[in-house]
Design a protein around this ligand. Sequence first.
Ligand code: FAD
Length: 202
Amino acid sequence: MRYDVIIVGGGASGLYCALTLASAQGRGWEWAENRRYLILDTGRSDMNRALFNNVPGIPMGTKGRELLDRIREQIKFYGGVDFLEEEVVEISGRKGEFKIRTKGGREIEGDYVVLASGFHRFDIECEGVEVVENPRSPKPGRVMVKHDGNFKVRDGLFVAGLLAGVSSMFTIASGTGVQVAIDILSEWAGKPIVIHDVPEED
Ligand SMILES: Cc1cc2nc3c(=O)[nH]c(=O)nc-3n(C[C@H](O)[C@H](O)[C@H](O)COP(=O)(O)OP(=O)(O)OC[C@H]3O[C@@H](n4cnc5c(N)ncnc54)[C@H](O)[C@@H]3O)c2cc1C
């Protein structure tokens, strides 16, 4: 199957990216309809080990594991997003014709790719990706992928979350996923967009 956007990593930033992309549907925007999105994930998000007391609006004492499930459910509400538990090992090609190869031997095609695989390592074979030490990690040995300052690695290829070199705080990591999604949607729209809902009149 072919996807409009393939997200590598289904932790905080990957899920928020997918949620924002999916939430663009059903608003009368022709360019947002009938899009297909894919999250490839190995299930090792840092959220699995976290207990959240300082995430705004999230009840104190929420386990990261519970929040992962809740965000996945929220994404399913909008639809259009497939989930695949597979490790990505190679990304080739360019915007409009990316090819992803998984450890299990699958080959998947996509127009855009978002790297959201966390800061523990980056061993995916991918042309044009420069991996450096993560300057905001309190622990040594964490990595980031260089980008243009706006999360773009090269045309069609974005990076989000800790792999983009931001601090390891849930809202910061997830916010970069949202920004990348909005930037992709804005490219499709041909102008800057935001996705806002308002309450119905009382
Ligand atoms: C113990 C702990 C406690 C924390 N507590 C807090 C807190 O109290 N408050 C707070 O704000 N933040 C907290 N955090 C930080 C927060 O969890 C992270 O900042 C956030 O999860 C980072 O999001 P991410 O998307 O960059 O990476 P992750 O959430 O780690 O997601 C990366 C995903 O990519 C997947 N992946 C990796 N390689 C591949 C591949 N090749 N193919 C496919 N998938 C791949 C991984 O399996 C993982 O699911 C805590 C973190 C930890 C570890």
